[in-house]
Design a protein around this ligand. Structure first.
Ligand code: ADP
Ligand code: MG
Length: 242
């Protein structure tokens, strides 16, 4: 297992119109783990992820990668230098680039090396035969797998995923979740996965951080949280799992 770094946020706060939508969020992501940030729509999950990615500034609090400060209110490492990969539901592929070019897009180095890396990842997600095709020729599930290959191509040590499976058909979703998890584990990325679905968190997470109203209300192993939810609202939130 590659020695993946960890990610830490300390007391992150983001206010809109005077209201804290992210309210002193302290998260810690262990090396190689998948941590799910789980909570209902509007609780502040995406805003938290956007601050970690560096595309939105916090009002206060700090972010550390590998124990090194990457962002506080005066100091800021730019997003592209944080070794962070992103995968969002609406993070579309470039329509005018081939599948192979999409995967190689963010890579540096010689053309042959970039191509080899793209080919290896496409092979891993079972789509190498599409390397010269264009995104519109692929199904939604296939495009999602290409997006995963593209996000992993630069070997990010941290992957941030914001509801990456919510646009997919129910029938496809379980398979793609499992495959994504396998690929992420092989690549050794540490993952922060945002979801509003308890079932998805239970299926994918090594650790769950339960969020509500901008705050982390409970954090721990899925089994522990499911069996001992912190309060009545957490019980209700988990009750729609079959
Ligand atoms: P989630 O991803 O959990 O659904 P978000 O982080 O997207 O939640 O949003 C949290 C809250 O912050 C919501 O009430 C949302 O309306 C509000 N919000 C998000 N971005 C902005 C913005 N740019 N301006 C004002 N309010 C915002
Ligand atoms: Mg969101």
């Amino acid at each position: 297992m590659p020695n993946a770094p960890r990610l830490e946020t300390r007391d992150l706060v983001r206010r809109f119109d005077g209201t804290a939508v992210v309210d002193h969020v302290s998260l810690s992501l262990e090396p190689g783990n998948v941590t799910c940030l789980l909570g209902p729509s509007g609780c502040g999950k995406s805003t938290t992820l956007r601050m970690i990615a560096g595309v939105e500034m916090q009002d206060s609090g700090e972010i550390y990668v590998d124990g090194n400060l990457v962002c506080d209110t005066v100091f800021r490492v730019p997003p592209e230098r944080r070794s962070i990969g992103l995968m969002f539901q609406d993070f579309a592929l470039f329509p005018h680039l081939s599948v192979g070019e999409n995967v190689a897009f963010g890579l540096k180095g010689a053309g042959s090396e970039r191509k080899a890396r793209a080919r290896a990842l496409l092979d891993r997600v079972g789509l190498v035969h599409y390397i010269d095709e264009y995104p519109h020729q692929l199904s939604g599930g296939e495009q999602q797998r290409v997006a995963l290959a593209r996000a992993l191509a630069p070997r990010p040590r941290i992957m941030l995923m914001d509801e990456p499976f919510s646009g997919l058909d129910n029938r496809l979703r379980d398979g793609i979740r499992d495959e994504t998890l396998d690929v992420l584990k092989e690549e050794g990325s540490s993952v922060l996965l945002v979801t509003h679905e308890p079932e998805e968190a239970m299926r994918m997470a090594d650790e769950i951080a339960l969020m509500r109203g901008g705050r982390i209300v409970q954090q721990g192993a899925p089994y522990n949280i499911y069996n001992a939810p912190a309060d009545k609202e957490a019980v209700a939130f988990f009750s729609d799992i079959n």
